[in-house]
Design a protein around this ligand. Structure first.
Ligand code: SAM
Length: 276
């Protein structure tokens, strides 16, 4: 197996990843500060990614290897686990089972964990009209992990949207795996803004809680739509924000009239909460 080892991470060299794909990489992953790009044959690479090294490695079952390394992830009252670690969830914790696959959101990224912790800190079961449970909108749902966490934490229903159609059946399957019925967690392809989809719950044009694990520039673009889709005073939970990009998000929230802005940091990642 031919692997090109490039120093850096998928985040720090995000701009170079397209060059690797364009050069014929069949897969990319990151381990211990090195990007591993898999190729079928050696090829000339552009100078921007010329600081790496070609290596022939013994074939290995990488998926099995990856699965062996997974551990339960504790996030507030929730523990996120792959199906084969379900029995390892401690008593008193809510198990959230996610099959690692094509959609982002296994709980192993700091931003997912931060967002589940923030949802866990909200009293989702007693928010909403007459305290019957929060109506939660999850923008950029991926594996559905945040919408499913909200439903498990007592939300009346959670609605997950994503622009990537591949995520929708995965999120639905994960909800079903967690015993969350379609009436409590729905998933549709879509987004906010110009291409906003029509929300299936017709009586709902504003949600009690909005959570979005995207990135700072997109939060800046969507901040007005976040305000439009939240009830007055409703909590907004944003992550996927690199700490260096926090000023952009702060400014967007101030521009759109959000208050009570609070930040939680985890390494290079930040989570921001605010109220509409
Ligand atoms: N919510 C999951 C989590 O917290 O682990 C997945 C978050 S993942 C970082 C971001 C997801 O947002 C991806 O599935 C991506 O397809 C989706 N996405 C990107 N831009 C979007 C947009 N403008 N509207 C809706 N979803 C978007």
């Amino acid at each position: 197996m031919l692997v090109y080892h490039l120093p850096g991470t998928l985040d720090t060299r995000e701009a170079d990843l397209d060059l690797l794909w364009a050069a014929g990489a069949t897969g990319l992953e990151e381990r211990a500060g090195v990007i591993r790009a898999y190729f079928d044959a050696r090829t000339d690479l552009p100078p921007q990614v010329g600081d790496g090294e070609w290596r022939e490695e013994a074939d290995q079952d990488w998926l099995a290897e990856f699965k062996r390394t997974l551990r339960p992830v504790r996030a507030g009252r929730v523990t996120i686990v792959p199906p084969w670690l379900r029995e390892e969830v401690e008593a008193g914790q809510l198990p959230l089972v996610i099959e690692p696959g094509m959609a982002f959101g296994t709980g192993h990224h700091a931003t997912t964990r931060l967002a589940v912790e923030a949802l866990s800190d909200l009293n989702l079961a007693t928010l909403g009209p007459e305290g019957t449970g929060a109506r939660v909108l999850d923008v950029g749902t991926g594996s559905g992990v945040l919408a499913i966490a909200a439903a498990l934490l007592g939300a009346r229903f959670a609605f997950g949207v994503d622009i990537d159609p591949i995520t929708i059946p995965i999120a639905r399957e994960n909800a079903s795996e967690n015993g969350v019925p379609a009436g409590r967690a729905r998933f549709e392809e879509g987004t906010l803004g110009e291409d906003a989809l029509t929300f299936p719950e017709e009586d709902v044009d504003a949600y009690d809680v909005l959570v979005a694990n995207l990135y700072a520039e997109l939060h800046d673009l969507l901040a007005g739509d976040y305000a439009a889709h939240l009830v007055p005073g409703g909590p907004l939970v944003l992550t996927g924000i690199l700490t260096v990009k926090l000023p952009l998000v702060r400014a967007a929230l101030e521009r759109e009239g959000f208050g009570d802005v609070q930040e939680t940091l985890d390494g290079e990642w930040a989570l921001v909460t605010a109220r509409a």
